[in-house]
Design a binder for this molecule. Sequence first.
Ligand SMILES: *Cc1c(COP(=O)(O)O)cnc(C)c1O
Length: 433
Amino acid sequence: MPDYGRLRAALAATDDDRIVFDLDGIEAQYDALLSELPGVDVRFAMKACPVDEVLACLAARGAGFDAAGPQEIAQALRTGVPVERVHYGNTVKSDRQIAEAYRLGVRDFATDSLADVAAIAEHAPGSRVFCRLATTGEGALWGLSRKFGCSPDEAVPLLAAARDAGLVPSGLSAHVGSQQLTAEAWQYALEMLAPLIMEADRLGIRLDHVNLGGGLPALGVLNRGGQPLHPPVDKMFAVIREGVQHLREVSAGPLDVLLEPGRHLVADHGAIRAHVTRLTERRQLSGERSHWLYLSCGKFNGLYEMDELRYPLEFPTHPGAPTVPAVIAGPSCDSDDAYADEGAGTPVPRDAASGDPVWILSCGAYVTSYTTRGFNGFPPLPYSCVRADPGVRPEESVRPEGTARPEESARPSEAARPENPSPTRRTRHTLAG
Ligand SMILES: *Cc1c(COP(=O)(O)O)cnc(C)c1O
């Protein structure tokens, strides 16, 4: 189980609804990943947490970024990360998006089709391309299987076509699906890559890296029935270490290894302080009586994944209180805004009252990016970033001029843009002279 200590302290100090990110926890997670997989290059998948302060602390640690388009590339570059550590990891891109990425300095592109290779050759001439292989997505909560990646027999011909078009074929990638729960998924992916590296070598195509994508799981989330998932992360790391060693043995030259973790780095280090809207008891049409706990935030306020998993909930004002099993739901007028009706209900305090604080744990991944623009009028949650020692805030030194401090950010997406300085900050500039 993750260590929620710092987050609990920050949640306890908060008396309005907000998202809290523990930057020390994210850094420790990054360090732990590198100690399990020494020498890998991490390219954080930005969509999992496009929050300037989080990106800055990962960049300062040595991470690069997997960006999905020009907007994410621009946000990555605002951390000060060298552009060589940013790649365009989306196989879906328009001519204009490729040209804009090239203008921003990106020279590494994912691809999976001849049409995309031709477009990269035209709009980002001479760039490096890596070929994404399709995977089944088996074993993952979200498979990502059909939309991306070519079949193994197409990969090397595609890289050869890239070379013929003046590009530099540089690597292979595979993404085993998000919240992957089996080590075998990486084993199959690595077994698929080995013969392709050898085949490329035979054609004189020297691949210098493999990219094993994302998929490493969050540890603290529960399944749809409310049970812990217990992902076998130690086994996953062992399989990756072994598979990578084999790839290096079959490769003619040195082979770098990239990873694009998203949720694994941030999920367990972000939480929401929400509150109880109402605990009710109603007879359903089936005749069964059930409790429903409506919270102040749900599927449309960042908890988009609540139909596939459950987050651990804590009720700090009801320690050890008697509970009733309840269905958890958000505040909107949409019936999808609820935990799946599977397994037993979630135990909630019998006396939970409107306004009581609720802590939603392990929801740091995708929480800001899946927030709607005020569905049913419920506004996006503000966020703050915390550290154990408030005197040490290295992220401040890299915050771009004109952007808001976290505690001033009513809306992360707006606060992140230098062209939208917060009113508070503007006042300060005025006062300063
Ligand atoms: C979303 C994404 C990731 C991150 O996925 P997680 O399951 O959050 O680790 C990595 N790579 C690519 C290309 C992605 O689209």
